[in-house]
Design a binder for this molecule. Structure first.
Ligand SMILES: NC(=O)c1ccc[n+]([C@@H]2O[C@H](COP(=O)([O-])OP(=O)(O)OC[C@H]3O[C@@H](n4cnc5c(N)ncnc54)[C@H](O)[C@@H]3O)[C@@H](O)[C@H]2O)c1
Ligand SMILES: C[N+](C)(C)CCCC=O
Length: 532
C-alpha cells in the first residue's frame, strides 16, 4: 500500500507513469473518493498525457478529515515538545532517504527539472528538521506579582489548521505549512492544488510511518469548492493559504466569518535593481536565478529587472546569450534546466503576456515562443522558450553593444523600445519565464519605481557599494531583499509579503507565533481581597 507510487519511481521515465491509487488521506490511510463523478484529469506537463484523476472532496469527506484531524490533535497536543520532535525527525529522515523517488514524482507532476525537484525535497526535510528542533523550545514567561502572586504564560497550539497550496512547489508548500504546525502541537488538513495533487499524500504516508497519531496530517483533494468548505468549517482554527491575490482575498473573507486566524502567501512582481558598480557576471547570474527557476513560476521572482543605463548593453548581451543557452526539455534529464509550464492554459496565458508586451512596444530580445522539443514523446508538452523583454535587438545581436552604448542609451528616442513601467508585462504577475528589463538613472528614481506596485513579496539589489546596498534594502517595500544574489530561501529565514503579497510568515522562528497562541495563567498565593 503505502509506497507503491514511489516504488515505481526508480524505473519511471517521462511519459510512462499513471497513478491510480487514491490521493486523499485521513484516519491514517489513503481514502477512496466517495463519488467519481466530478473527477478532473491531471496532466503530465511534459507530455500532455493524463497522469491521474483528481476527484474533489465534498462536504462529508471534508468533515470526516477534519474530525480525524481533531481526534489526532487531542493526542498530539498533549505530548511534550521533545516527544513530537523525535517523531518529526524520523519523518525528515525518511524523506531524506527517499529524496530521489519523491523528487522524480514531483518533477513528473509539476514539470520542474529533476535538479530543482531534488533541491525542493531537500528544503522539505530540512523544514521538518528545523521545526523539530524548535518543538522542544516552546516556552512562556514567568511574571512576579504583588503579595507573592505570580503569573505565567503558556504557548499552546491552535487546534486543527488548514493548509491550502499552490501548484508550483507542491511538496515544499505542504511541508512548510505542516512542519511548524505539528511542532506547535496542531493537526493539519492540507489541500493541494488540483493541478499538482500527487506528492502531498506521500508526505502523509511518511508522517504516519514516522509515528504521528492517525489523522494528524490529512490530505483532501479538490479545487475552489473543497477549499471553501475547509475555510468555512467551524472546527478549523487557522487557514494558511498559498496562492494568488484574488483567491487569498476570498480565503480571508471566508475565514473572517468564524474569526479564524489566516496566513496569506500571495503573488508578487518583485524588483531586482542592478547598479553600474555591480560585479556584472554575478548580476547576470542573479537575474537568471530571479526569473527562470521552475519555468518562472515562482512567487518571489524578480521579474522587473532595473539596470542602470550605463551598463545596459553589456548586461543585455550577457543575459540574452545565457537565456538562449538554457536547455529546455525533458524534466527528468539531469542536463535539462527548464521543463514545461504547469498546464496548457498557463502556457497560453504566459504567451499572451508576451504578445501584449509586443503590442505595447516592448522588444522581445529572445524567446517567448512555444517550444517543441525534438524528443517525440514531448510533442504534446507545455514548453516555451525563456524570454527577455527589453531594448533593441540589434544592440544585442550585433555584438557591438559596448561601442554603441553611449550613443544608443543617451537618446530619448530609445524610450519607445524599452519596457516601461506602465506596460502590462511590467505591472502584472506573469508566472512564467519572462524577464522584463528596464533602464534607470539614479538611486532615488529606481527606489520610487521599484516600490510603485501593489505587491511586496521580494526585492533584490546588486552593487559593490555596501552603504547603498543596505540603504536600498531598507527602502524596499517588500518582505525580503536579497543583496548580491537572488532567490536564496533557506528554511531558517522568515518568508512572506508586504502589501498585497500577503501577511504572516512562513519559515524561520517567527512562524511558531503563527501556529500557536499564548495563554496567561494568574496564580493567587494569598486570600482573595473582594470589593463585595
Ligand atoms: N507567496 C508565496 O509563498 C507563494 C507561493 C507559491 C505561489 N504563490 C502564488 O500563487 C499563485 C499561483 O498559484 P495558483 O494558480 O495555484 O493560485 P490559486 O489562487 O489559483 O490557487 C491556490 C489554491 O487555492 C485553491 N482555491 C481556489 N479557489 C479557492 C477558494 N474559493 N477557496 C479556497 N481555496 C481556493 C486552489 O485550489 C489552490 O489549491 C501565484 O499568484 C503565485 O505568486 C505564492
Ligand atoms: C520559499 N520557496 C521555497 C521559494 C517557496 C516559495 C514559493 C513561491 O512560489
Amino acid at each position: 500500500m503505502a509506497q507503491s507510487t514511489l516504488d515505481s519511481m526508480p524505473g519511471a521515465s517521462t511519459g510512462t507513469v499513471v497513478i491510480t491509487e487514491p490521493l486523499n488521506f485521513w484516519g491514517g490511510k489513503r481514502v477512496k473518493p466517495r463519488e467519481e463523478k466530478n473527477a478532473e484529469p491531471v496532466f503530465e506537463p511534459a507530455t500532455g498525457r493524463v497522469l491521474c484523476q483528481m476527484v474533489p472532496c465534498g462536504a462529508e469527506e471534508v468533515d470526516e478529515a477534519i474530525q480525524s484531524a481533531y481526534a489526532a490533535y487531542q493526542k498530539w497536543s498533549k505530548m511534550a515538545g521533545m516527544e513530537r520532535a523525535r517523531v518529526m525527525l524520523e519523518a525528515a529522515r525518511i524523506i531524506r532517504e527517499r529524496r530521489e523517488k519523491i523528487a522524480k514524482l514531483e518533477a513528473i507532476n509539476n514539470g520542474k527539472t529533476i535538479t530543482e525537484a531534488l533541491v525542493n525535497i531537500d528544503i522539505s526535510w530540512k523544514s521538518i528538521e528545523y521545526y523539530a528542533g524548535l518543538a522542544g523550545t516552546l516556552a512562556g514567561q514567568h511574571i512576579q506579582l504583588p503579595g507573592g502572586a505570580f503569573a505565567y504564560s503558556r504557548r499552546e497550539p491552535l487546534g486543527v489548521c488548514v493548509g491550502i497550496g499552490a501548484w508550483n512547489f507542491p511538496f515544499v508548500i505542504a511541508t512548510m505549512k505542516s512542519a511548524p504546525a505539528l511542532a506547535c502541537g496542531n493537526a493539519i488538513v492540507y489541500k493541494p492544488s488540483p493541478m499538482a495533487p500527487v506528492t502531498a499524500v506521500i508526505l502523509a504516508e511518511i508522517y504516519k510511518e514516522a509515528g504521528v497519531p492517525d489523522g494528524l496530517f490529512c490530505v483532501v483533494q479538490g479545487g475552489a469548492e473543497t477549499g471553501s468548505l475547509l475555510c468555512h468549517h467551524p472546527k478549523v482554527a487557522k487557514v494558511s493559504f498559498t496562492g494568488s491575490v484574488p483567491t487569498g482575498k476570498k480565503v480571508m473573507e471566508m475565514s473572517a466569518k468564524s474569526v479564524k486566524q489566516v496566513t496569506l502567501e500571495l503573488g508578487g512582481k518583485s524588483p531586482l535593481i542592478i547598479f553600474k558598480d555591480c560585479e556584472l557576471e554575478n548580476a547576470v547570474k542573479g537575474a537568471l536565478m530571479a526569473n527562470f527557476l521552475t519555468q518562472g513560476q515562482v512567487c518571489c521572482n524578480g521579474t522587473r529587472v532595473f539596470v542602470q543605463r550605463e551598463i545596459m548593453p553589456q548586461f543585455l548581451e550577457e543575459v540574452v546569450k545565457r537565456t538562449k543557452a538554457i536547455p529546455v526539455g525533458d524534466p527528468l534529464l539531469g542536463s535539462t534546466r527548464m521543463g514545461p509550464l504547469i498546464s496548457k492554459p498557463q502556457l497560453e496565458k504566459v504567451l499572451g503576456f508576451v504578445s501584449q508586451a509586443k503590442k505595447e512596444g516592448a522588444r522581445v530580445l529572445c524567446g517567448g515562443d512555444p517550444f517543441v522539443p525534438s524528443d517525440p514523446k514531448l510533442k504534446g508538452g507545455y514548453f516555451m522558450s525563456p524570454c527577455v523583454l527589453g531594448t533593441s535587438n540589434t544592440l544585442v545581436n550585433g555584438g557591438t553593444a559596448h561601442a554603441q552604448s553611449a550613443l544608443f542609451f543617451n537618446t530619448q528616442s530609445l524610450s519607445t523600445d524599452n519596457c516601461r513601467d506602465d506596460m502590462t508585462c511590467v505591472k502584472e504577475e506573469i508566472f512564467g519565464p519572462v524577464m522584463s528589463v528596464l533602464p534607470f538613472d539614479t538611486e532615488e528614481e529606481v527606489i520610487q519605481r521599484a516600490n510603485n506596485t501593489t505587491f511586496g513579496l521580494a526585492s533584490g539589489v546588486f552593487t559593490r557599494d555596501i552603504s547603498r546596498a543596505h540603504r536600498v534594502a531598507a527602502s524596499m517595500e517588500a518582505g525580503t531583499c536579497f543583496i548580491n544574489n537572488y532567490n536564496i530561501n533557506p528554511i531558517e529565514l522568515p518568508f512572506g509579503g508586504y502589501k498585497m503579497s500577503g501577511f504572516g510568515r512562513e519559515n524561520g522562528q517567527v512562524t511558531i507565533e503563527y501556529y500557536s497562541q499564548l495563554k496567561t495563567v494568574v496564580v493567587e498565593m494569598g486570600d482573595v481581597e473582594s470589593l463585595f
